[in-house]
Design a protein around this ligand. Structure first.
Ligand SMILES: Cc1cc2nc3c(=O)[nH]c(=O)nc-3n(C[C@H](O)[C@H](O)[C@H](O)COP(=O)(O)OP(=O)(O)OC[C@H]3O[C@@H](n4cnc5c(N)ncnc54)[C@H](O)[C@@H]3O)c2cc1C
Length: 450
């Protein structure tokens, strides 16, 4: 049912936020037939200019001023209302380097179901990377394109007709109330009536799915912080466009690579090459459209020619953070202050150098020199602010996405990523939300209040 205020005073599970993370968690959780679930969303069915201002932050650092008001959408479906649909499985290296405290297989097994939600071809999980003959330093990495799925359109009727899942719109979660290790209630405010008194709704279990800034903010505003690094280690994916070219020998690429509007082709440093050289994931897109005569290994021949777009990974850095600012929004809440610097130029040059050496060594092609000056762009990907880990000293959630210092509060979304690879995050967000939904369904089975 779609409502503008909670129908019940108590739910078995409350999910705050209706982007891909919140909706997917609700879909999976709703399979457990005893549970009464509420998805509470700040925005309305369509974007609303006043409510959208709740996404504004006080910004310090490299991100452009329009980043937040434009990039985090406050409406049903969240930022999936504007996302581009690029999808790729997260690199295994993030798991082997033990950044993620769970085995790769744990996440990997949810990618097929996530591909169905995002309407991706089966190759998205069957062929996330392909080895290239003659080199172990580079792999072919396709990025698969979702149509892109707009979660608000695809799942509107699910919420409209579901007897046990309420979607409550135009209602902003202000803060969580706690008693000891238990979250008891959520304080809510009508998003368009700041003068009305806030109300409380209780639940046995709460899930925050408010995005990479919204999740740490809710914890901070609820004083669920110490000793955890809440809000620290914000990551983005550096994107660098048209700063170099490369020439590739078409015959040396893995067989079956075709021009396909639903695939973006890329070469990526292999996980083992990254580990060996102490660098992070780095991929360079190429297209199959243009050929030109060029010299490779002393022979002049027809080669693929492509300007390069780079998509890469940065490490978490606690100086990149989400905290309180000295400004308030129209609901009276302190706005977040976001400090973010890529600090990526040196690593970009080193990674391009390694990439170029690998390309030449493999005989697959050759790169041009990276331009001396270049600008790093964003991907709209906010990760790492409630990172997953083994203890409250260095992380915020455990391997089941439960906040370490509570018994009944969970987080969904890329804020839990301890490492983000160079893969766009939403495919993994959806896989992780399915995993969380299934975990909660099995934990709460038989415990529902009905
Ligand atoms: C321009 C752009 C292009 C992108 N392209 C891609 C791409 O090609 N591939 C890819 O993988 N990713 C892409 N992304 C990123 C992708 O959109 C996000 O990864 C994804 O939407 C995150 O899902 P989420 O559910 O965690 O958060 P969101 O989609 O941001 O949803 C969070 C929801 O929580 C709600 N909310 C927040 N705070 C509160 C509160 N206090 N109370 C109630 N509700 C609240 C918000 O209104 C929102 O609906 C792109 C992003 C942008 C901006």
């Amino acid at each position: 049912m779609i409502l503008n205020q909670p129908k019940h005073r108590h739910y078995d599970v409350i999910i705050l936020g209706s982007g891909p993370a919140g909706i997917t968690t609700a879909l999976e959780l709703s399979k457990e037939s005893s549970l009464k679930i509420a998805v509470i969303e700040s925005g309305l069915l369509e974007p609303h200019p006043t409510i959208q201002t709740l996404a504004s932050v006080q910004l310090h650092g490299d991100l452009p001023d329009f980043y937040f008001p434009m990039h985090t959408q406050r409406c049903f479906g969240g930022t999936s209302t504007i996302w581009g649909g690029f999808c790729a499985v997260l690199e295994k290296r993030a798991f082997t380097a033990q950044a993620w405290p769970v085995p790769y297989q744990e996440i990997n097994r949810w990618y097929p179901a996530a591909a169905r939600i995002l309407e991706l071809p089966n190759d998205a999980y069957r062929q996330p990377m392909v080895a290239i003959e003659g080199t172990s330093e580079l792999v072919y990495k396709p990025f698969y394109l979702s149509p892109p799925v707009r979660f608000s359109k695809k799942y509107h009727s699910f919420f409209q007709h579901h007897p046990r899942v309420d979607l409550i719109l135009g209602t902003t979660g202000l803060r969580l109330k706690t008693r000891g290790r238990t979250v008891t209630a959520l304080e809510l405010q009508d998003s368009l009536a700041p003068l009305l008194s806030p109300t409380l709704v209780s639940a046995d279990t709460f899930v925050l799915a408010c995005g990479g800034v919204g999740n740490p903010r809710l914890l901070q505003l609820s004083d669920i912080v110490a000793p955890m690094p809440v809000g620290l280690g914000l990551m983005e994916h550096p994107h660098i466009y048209a700063v170099a070219d490369m020439y590739l020998d078409r015959d040396r690429l893995p067989v079956g690579i075709e021009d396909d509007p639903r695939v973006v082709h890329a070469l990526q440093l292999s996980d083992s090459y990254c580990l060996e050289n102490g660098v992070l994931s780095f991929s360079a897109d190429f297209n199959l459209k243009q050929t030109t005569p060029a010299v490779l290994l002393g022979t002049r021949r027809e080669m693929l020619y492509t300007p390069v777009a780079i998509r890469a990974e940065i490490a978490p850095d606690s100086r990149n953070s989400v905290r309180d600012s000295d400004q308030r929004n129209y609901l009276g809440l302190p706005m977040p202050r976001v400090d973010f610097h890529y600090r990526y130029h040196d690593l970009a040059r080193e990674s391009w150098h390694l990439f170029g050496k690998a390309l030449l060594r493999s005989g697959l092609g050759r790169p041009s020199v990276l331009q001396p000056e270049f600008r790093v762009h964003d991907g709209g990907h906010l990760m790492g602010t409630t990172r997953m880990g083994l203890s409250a000293a260095d992380s915020v959630v455990d391997s089941n996405c439960r906040v370490h210092t509570t018994d009944n509060l969970y987080v969904a979304g890329s804020s839990v990523f301890p490492a983000g690879g160079a893969s766009n995050p939403t495919y993994t967000i959806v896989a992780m939300a399915l995993r969380l939904g299934a975990h909660l369904a099995s934990t709460l089975k038989g415990k529902a209040h009905g």
